[in-house]
Write a protein that binds this ligand. Structure first.
Ligand SMILES: Cc1cc2nc3c(=O)[nH]c(=O)nc-3n(C[C@H](O)[C@H](O)[C@H](O)COP(=O)(O)O)c2cc1C
Length: 162
């Protein structure tokens, strides 16, 4: 017997009880323009080879860039970067990098200033699952700084207690 899907409201409520860090996934679109979007669906996948994943809505503009394959970067946001999270979720994509401090990874992908860490990835696999695509990245490099992470829980931003 196949049970029906959970009610969408219940599904959202349940997912809201999972606390996560906040990332901005950056890449370049097929025309070479930097793109990026806020994502909390980050997960570690494998140690050897070093793999991570992020799940992206197939309607997202960033999806098109990731679907083309190649390199992308996952930026882990620091506790003081809530405005960056909002920017990469809400501003029109063409405006997201305007006036924003960033440098480029060896593969030419934007790395956001002030991020707690960044992971440089090569697309390893992409699986369409429902209305999202699970992108698996092979990690080729990155940097890790000190500081506190930005957290997301129950539809709100927060930070680790002291
Ligand atoms: C805290 C937070 C977490 C999010 N996590 C994801 C995610 O994991 N995957 C996703 O597809 N969208 C996620 N979103 C929504 C995207 O950031 C948003 O739809 C964005 O505008 C997509 O940009 P694009 O269409 O320019 O690619 C999240 C939004 C917020 C505020």
């Amino acid at each position: 017997m196949t049970l029906p899907d959970a009610d969408p409201t219940l599904f959202r409520l349940l997912l809201g009880r999972f606390a996560s860090g906040v990332t901005v996934v950056t890449a370049r679109d097929p025309a070479g323009h930097p793109v990026g979007m806020t994502a909390t669906s980050f997960a570690s996948v494998s140690l050897a080879p070093p793999l991570i994943s992020v799940c992206v809505d197939q309607q997202a503009e960033t999806h098109r860039a990731l679907r083309a394959g190649g390199a992308f970067v996952v930026n882990f946001l620091a506790a003081d970067q809530e405005t960056l999270s909002r920017r990469f979720a809400a501003l029109p994509s063409a405006e997201r990098f305007v006036g924003l401090g960033h440098r480029f990874s060896p593969a030419g992908i934007p790395v956001l200033d002030g991020a707690l860490a960044h992971l440089e990835c090569e697309c390893f696999a992409a699986h369409e699952l429902g209305d999202h695509t699970l992108f698996v990245g092979r990690v080729t490099g990155g940097t890790a700084g000190d500081g506190r992470p930005l957290l997301y829980y129950s539809g709100r931003y927060s930070a680790l207690a002291e």
